[in-house]
Ligand binder design. Structure first.
Ligand SMILES: Cc1cc2nc3c(=O)[nH]c(=O)nc-3n(C[C@H](O)[C@H](O)[C@H](O)COP(=O)(O)OP(=O)(O)OC[C@H]3O[C@@H](n4cnc5c(N)ncnc54)[C@H](O)[C@@H]3O)c2cc1C
Length: 239
Protein backbone atom coordinates (compact mmCIF):
# COMPACT_ATOMS: atom_id res chain seq x y z
CA UNK A 1 0.00 0.00 0.00
CA UNK A 2 2.79 2.38 1.08
CA UNK A 3 4.89 1.39 -1.98
CA UNK A 4 1.91 1.93 -4.28
CA UNK A 5 1.48 5.45 -2.93
CA UNK A 6 5.20 6.19 -3.46
CA UNK A 7 4.97 4.90 -7.06
CA UNK A 8 1.93 7.13 -7.69
CA UNK A 9 3.76 10.17 -6.32
CA UNK A 10 6.86 9.42 -8.43
CA UNK A 11 4.70 9.05 -11.55
CA UNK A 12 3.04 12.41 -10.88
CA UNK A 13 6.30 14.18 -9.98
CA UNK A 14 8.08 13.01 -13.15
CA UNK A 15 5.11 13.32 -15.49
CA UNK A 16 5.74 15.08 -18.79
CA UNK A 17 3.48 16.99 -21.16
CA UNK A 18 2.27 15.99 -24.59
CA UNK A 19 -0.14 17.42 -27.11
CA UNK A 20 -2.94 15.36 -28.60
CA UNK A 21 -2.62 15.49 -32.39
CA UNK A 22 -5.28 12.92 -33.35
CA UNK A 23 -8.01 10.81 -31.77
CA UNK A 24 -9.30 8.03 -33.98
CA UNK A 25 -12.42 6.09 -33.06
CA UNK A 26 -11.51 2.59 -34.27
CA UNK A 27 -14.78 1.11 -32.95
CA UNK A 28 -17.58 2.56 -30.76
CA UNK A 29 -15.55 2.00 -27.56
CA UNK A 30 -12.01 1.70 -28.93
CA UNK A 31 -9.91 4.85 -29.40
CA UNK A 32 -6.47 5.41 -30.88
CA UNK A 33 -4.78 8.42 -29.25
CA UNK A 34 -1.84 10.05 -31.04
CA UNK A 35 0.28 12.49 -29.07
CA UNK A 36 3.25 14.71 -29.88
CA UNK A 37 5.94 14.88 -27.22
CA UNK A 38 9.71 15.25 -27.12
CA UNK A 39 11.32 11.84 -26.62
CA UNK A 40 14.75 12.79 -27.98
CA UNK A 41 17.25 10.37 -26.38
CA UNK A 42 14.48 8.25 -24.78
CA UNK A 43 14.54 4.52 -25.47
CA UNK A 44 11.37 2.43 -25.46
CA UNK A 45 10.77 -1.28 -26.07
CA UNK A 46 7.73 -3.37 -26.91
CA UNK A 47 5.79 -4.04 -23.69
CA UNK A 48 6.58 -0.69 -22.05
CA UNK A 49 3.73 1.19 -20.40
CA UNK A 50 2.89 4.82 -19.77
CA UNK A 51 0.79 6.21 -16.94
CA UNK A 52 -1.63 8.89 -18.05
CA UNK A 53 -3.30 11.49 -15.85
CA UNK A 54 -6.97 11.00 -16.76
CA UNK A 55 -8.32 13.51 -14.27
CA UNK A 56 -9.51 10.93 -11.72
CA UNK A 57 -5.97 9.53 -11.28
CA UNK A 58 -3.20 7.90 -13.34
CA UNK A 59 -4.08 4.99 -15.64
CA UNK A 60 -1.73 2.55 -17.41
CA UNK A 61 -1.73 2.33 -21.20
CA UNK A 62 0.63 0.70 -23.69
CA UNK A 63 2.32 2.62 -26.49
CA UNK A 64 1.34 0.98 -29.78
CA UNK A 65 3.85 3.18 -31.64
CA UNK A 66 6.79 5.22 -30.38
CA UNK A 67 9.24 7.68 -31.95
CA UNK A 68 11.44 10.61 -30.88
CA UNK A 69 8.50 12.94 -31.61
CA UNK A 70 5.56 11.19 -30.00
CA UNK A 71 3.64 8.04 -29.34
CA UNK A 72 0.28 6.38 -29.84
CA UNK A 73 -1.83 4.16 -27.61
CA UNK A 74 -5.22 2.46 -27.90
CA UNK A 75 -7.84 2.75 -25.15
CA UNK A 76 -10.72 0.37 -24.56
CA UNK A 77 -13.45 2.52 -23.01
CA UNK A 78 -16.11 0.96 -20.76
CA UNK A 79 -18.95 2.28 -18.61
CA UNK A 80 -18.30 5.64 -16.93
CA UNK A 81 -14.84 5.06 -15.45
CA UNK A 82 -12.37 7.96 -15.22
CA UNK A 83 -10.21 6.70 -18.12
CA UNK A 84 -13.24 6.09 -20.34
CA UNK A 85 -14.80 9.49 -19.68
CA UNK A 86 -11.42 11.10 -20.32
CA UNK A 87 -10.77 9.38 -23.66
CA UNK A 88 -14.31 9.93 -25.01
CA UNK A 89 -13.90 13.68 -24.46
CA UNK A 90 -10.34 13.93 -25.83
CA UNK A 91 -9.72 16.15 -28.89
CA UNK A 92 -6.76 17.27 -31.01
CA UNK A 93 -5.02 20.19 -29.31
CA UNK A 94 -5.69 18.94 -25.77
CA UNK A 95 -2.74 18.74 -23.39
CA UNK A 96 -1.95 15.44 -21.78
CA UNK A 97 0.22 14.63 -18.76
CA UNK A 98 1.85 11.24 -18.57
CA UNK A 99 4.74 9.33 -17.03
CA UNK A 100 7.00 6.99 -19.01
CA UNK A 101 7.42 4.94 -21.09
CA UNK A 102 8.74 2.49 -18.50
CA UNK A 103 9.45 -1.22 -18.64
CA UNK A 104 6.54 -3.53 -17.89
CA UNK A 105 6.24 -6.76 -19.86
CA UNK A 106 9.08 -8.67 -21.52
CA UNK A 107 8.15 -9.55 -25.11
CA UNK A 108 11.63 -10.41 -26.30
CA UNK A 109 11.78 -13.49 -28.53
CA UNK A 110 15.08 -15.32 -28.02
CA UNK A 111 14.22 -18.34 -30.17
CA UNK A 112 13.93 -17.27 -33.81
CA UNK A 113 11.88 -20.25 -34.97
CA UNK A 114 9.03 -20.30 -32.47
CA UNK A 115 5.46 -19.85 -33.68
CA UNK A 116 3.55 -17.36 -31.59
CA UNK A 117 -0.12 -16.88 -30.70
CA UNK A 118 -1.27 -13.74 -28.91
CA UNK A 119 -4.60 -13.73 -27.06
CA UNK A 120 -5.92 -10.41 -25.77
CA UNK A 121 -8.93 -8.21 -25.21
CA UNK A 122 -9.52 -4.57 -26.20
CA UNK A 123 -6.92 -3.36 -23.68
CA UNK A 124 -4.23 -5.45 -25.42
CA UNK A 125 -4.82 -4.21 -28.98
CA UNK A 126 -2.08 -1.56 -28.75
CA UNK A 127 0.42 -4.04 -27.36
CA UNK A 128 -0.41 -6.52 -30.12
CA UNK A 129 0.03 -3.85 -32.80
CA UNK A 130 3.46 -2.84 -31.54
CA UNK A 131 4.57 -6.43 -30.97
CA UNK A 132 3.62 -7.41 -34.50
CA UNK A 133 5.20 -4.36 -36.11
CA UNK A 134 8.43 -4.95 -34.17
CA UNK A 135 8.65 -8.55 -35.43
CA UNK A 136 7.60 -8.47 -39.11
CA UNK A 137 9.58 -11.60 -39.92
CA UNK A 138 7.85 -13.70 -37.27
CA UNK A 139 4.77 -15.88 -37.56
CA UNK A 140 2.51 -14.12 -35.01
CA UNK A 141 -1.16 -15.05 -34.89
CA UNK A 142 -3.42 -12.73 -32.92
CA UNK A 143 -6.86 -13.39 -31.41
CA UNK A 144 -8.60 -10.36 -29.93
CA UNK A 145 -11.84 -10.48 -27.93
CA UNK A 146 -14.08 -7.43 -28.30
CA UNK A 147 -17.66 -6.64 -27.34
CA UNK A 148 -20.22 -7.65 -29.95
CA UNK A 149 -20.84 -3.95 -30.72
CA UNK A 150 -17.14 -3.16 -31.25
CA UNK A 151 -16.57 -6.36 -33.22
CA UNK A 152 -19.55 -5.77 -35.53
CA UNK A 153 -18.40 -2.23 -36.31
CA UNK A 154 -15.11 -3.46 -37.81
CA UNK A 155 -15.01 -4.26 -41.49
CA UNK A 156 -14.12 -7.94 -41.90
CA UNK A 157 -13.13 -10.59 -39.40
CA UNK A 158 -9.60 -9.32 -38.82
CA UNK A 159 -8.41 -6.18 -37.11
CA UNK A 160 -4.83 -4.88 -37.24
CA UNK A 161 -3.86 -8.36 -38.39
CA UNK A 162 -5.65 -10.22 -35.58
CA UNK A 163 -8.68 -12.49 -35.71
CA UNK A 164 -11.62 -10.87 -33.88
CA UNK A 165 -13.84 -12.94 -31.60
CA UNK A 166 -16.91 -11.35 -30.01
CA UNK A 167 -18.08 -11.49 -26.43
CA UNK A 168 -21.60 -12.87 -26.34
CA UNK A 169 -22.21 -12.44 -22.59
CA UNK A 170 -20.93 -10.54 -19.56
CA UNK A 171 -18.29 -13.22 -19.17
CA UNK A 172 -14.92 -11.85 -20.29
CA UNK A 173 -12.61 -14.43 -21.85
CA UNK A 174 -15.17 -17.04 -22.96
CA UNK A 175 -14.67 -16.20 -26.64
CA UNK A 176 -10.86 -16.43 -26.26
CA UNK A 177 -11.10 -19.74 -24.45
CA UNK A 178 -13.49 -21.16 -27.06
CA UNK A 179 -11.10 -20.07 -29.78
CA UNK A 180 -8.17 -21.71 -27.97
CA UNK A 181 -10.17 -24.93 -27.49
CA UNK A 182 -11.04 -25.06 -31.20
CA UNK A 183 -7.39 -25.17 -32.31
CA UNK A 184 -4.83 -27.92 -32.58
CA UNK A 185 -1.91 -26.88 -30.36
CA UNK A 186 0.49 -29.73 -31.05
CA UNK A 187 2.89 -27.61 -33.10
CA UNK A 188 2.48 -24.33 -31.19
CA UNK A 189 5.44 -22.98 -29.33
CA UNK A 190 4.75 -19.75 -27.47
CA UNK A 191 1.47 -18.24 -26.27
CA UNK A 192 0.86 -14.72 -24.95
CA UNK A 193 -2.29 -13.87 -22.98
CA UNK A 194 -3.00 -10.26 -22.00
CA UNK A 195 -6.11 -8.53 -20.68
CA UNK A 196 -8.74 -9.24 -18.00
CA UNK A 197 -7.09 -11.13 -15.14
CA UNK A 198 -9.52 -14.06 -14.79
CA UNK A 199 -9.51 -14.53 -18.58
CA UNK A 200 -5.72 -14.72 -18.56
CA UNK A 201 -5.86 -17.22 -15.70
CA UNK A 202 -8.41 -19.38 -17.50
CA UNK A 203 -6.24 -19.40 -20.63
CA UNK A 204 -3.22 -20.31 -18.52
CA UNK A 205 -5.14 -23.23 -16.94
CA UNK A 206 -6.30 -24.44 -20.36
CA UNK A 207 -2.81 -24.41 -21.84
CA UNK A 208 -1.18 -26.06 -18.83
CA UNK A 209 -3.77 -28.76 -18.16
CA UNK A 210 -5.57 -29.43 -21.46
CA UNK A 211 -3.14 -28.40 -24.20
CA UNK A 212 -0.04 -29.88 -22.53
CA UNK A 213 2.07 -26.71 -22.48
CA UNK A 214 4.80 -26.06 -19.93
CA UNK A 215 4.91 -22.78 -18.00
CA UNK A 216 7.91 -21.44 -19.97
CA UNK A 217 5.79 -21.54 -23.16
CA UNK A 218 3.35 -19.02 -21.69
CA UNK A 219 3.77 -15.24 -21.28
CA UNK A 220 0.93 -13.87 -19.18
CA UNK A 221 -0.03 -10.32 -18.22
CA UNK A 222 -3.26 -9.35 -16.47
CA UNK A 223 -3.98 -5.74 -17.49
CA UNK A 224 -7.16 -5.25 -15.42
CA UNK A 225 -9.62 -7.25 -13.37
CA UNK A 226 -13.39 -7.29 -13.19
CA UNK A 227 -12.82 -7.67 -9.41
CA UNK A 228 -10.66 -4.53 -9.13
CA UNK A 229 -7.01 -3.59 -8.97
CA UNK A 230 -6.03 -5.60 -5.86
CA UNK A 231 -7.29 -8.77 -7.54
CA UNK A 232 -5.33 -8.01 -10.73
CA UNK A 233 -2.14 -7.47 -8.74
CA UNK A 234 -2.66 -10.66 -6.73
CA UNK A 235 -3.09 -12.75 -9.89
CA UNK A 236 -0.11 -11.02 -11.53
CA UNK A 237 2.10 -12.05 -8.59
CA UNK A 238 0.94 -15.67 -8.63
CA UNK A 239 0.92 -16.39 -12.37
C1 LIG B 1 0.80 -2.40 -17.86
C2 LIG B 1 -0.61 -2.09 -18.30
C3 LIG B 1 -0.85 -1.62 -19.58
C4 LIG B 1 -2.17 -1.33 -19.99
N1 LIG B 1 -2.39 -0.90 -21.26
C5 LIG B 1 -3.66 -0.61 -21.66
C6 LIG B 1 -3.93 -0.11 -22.98
O1 LIG B 1 -3.02 0.08 -23.81
N2 LIG B 1 -5.22 0.17 -23.31
C7 LIG B 1 -6.26 0.00 -22.42
O2 LIG B 1 -7.41 0.28 -22.78
N3 LIG B 1 -6.03 -0.46 -21.17
C8 LIG B 1 -4.76 -0.76 -20.78
N4 LIG B 1 -4.53 -1.23 -19.53
C9 LIG B 1 -5.69 -1.45 -18.64
C10 LIG B 1 -6.14 -0.15 -17.98
O3 LIG B 1 -5.05 0.44 -17.28
C11 LIG B 1 -7.27 -0.52 -17.01
O4 LIG B 1 -8.34 -1.07 -17.72
C12 LIG B 1 -7.71 0.66 -16.19
O5 LIG B 1 -8.41 0.18 -15.06
C13 LIG B 1 -8.62 1.61 -16.96
O6 LIG B 1 -8.97 2.68 -16.13
P1 LIG B 1 -10.49 3.17 -16.02
O7 LIG B 1 -10.44 4.53 -15.42
O8 LIG B 1 -11.16 2.99 -17.34
O9 LIG B 1 -11.17 2.15 -15.02
P2 LIG B 1 -10.92 2.09 -13.43
O10 LIG B 1 -11.49 3.30 -12.77
O11 LIG B 1 -9.47 1.79 -13.19
O12 LIG B 1 -11.74 0.79 -13.04
C14 LIG B 1 -13.12 0.82 -12.64
C15 LIG B 1 -13.66 -0.60 -12.73
O13 LIG B 1 -13.89 -0.88 -14.10
C16 LIG B 1 -13.49 -2.19 -14.43
N5 LIG B 1 -12.60 -2.10 -15.61
C17 LIG B 1 -11.34 -1.60 -15.69
N6 LIG B 1 -10.89 -1.66 -16.96
C18 LIG B 1 -11.90 -2.23 -17.69
C19 LIG B 1 -12.04 -2.55 -19.06
N7 LIG B 1 -11.08 -2.30 -19.97
N8 LIG B 1 -13.22 -3.09 -19.47
C20 LIG B 1 -14.23 -3.34 -18.58
N9 LIG B 1 -14.16 -3.06 -17.26
C21 LIG B 1 -13.01 -2.50 -16.82
C22 LIG B 1 -12.82 -2.81 -13.20
O14 LIG B 1 -13.66 -3.78 -12.65
C23 LIG B 1 -12.64 -1.67 -12.24
O15 LIG B 1 -12.89 -2.07 -10.94
C24 LIG B 1 -3.24 -1.51 -19.09
C25 LIG B 1 -2.99 -1.97 -17.78
C26 LIG B 1 -1.69 -2.27 -17.40
C27 LIG B 1 -1.45 -2.77 -15.99
Amino acid sequence: MFTTQIKKNVARAFARNGLVSRVERLAPELYRVVIRADFEGVHSQVGDKIKVDVGGGMRSYTPSRFSAHGLEFIVQAHATSAGSTWVRALSPGDEIRFFGPVRNFDLSLPNASERITFFGDGTAVGLFERFREANPQRDIRGVIELSREDGDSLRGATFLGAEVVCRESEEYGDALLNNARSKDWRSAALVFAVGEAESVKRLRDFFLTEAGFSRHQLRLKPYWSRYGKAHRKKLERTM
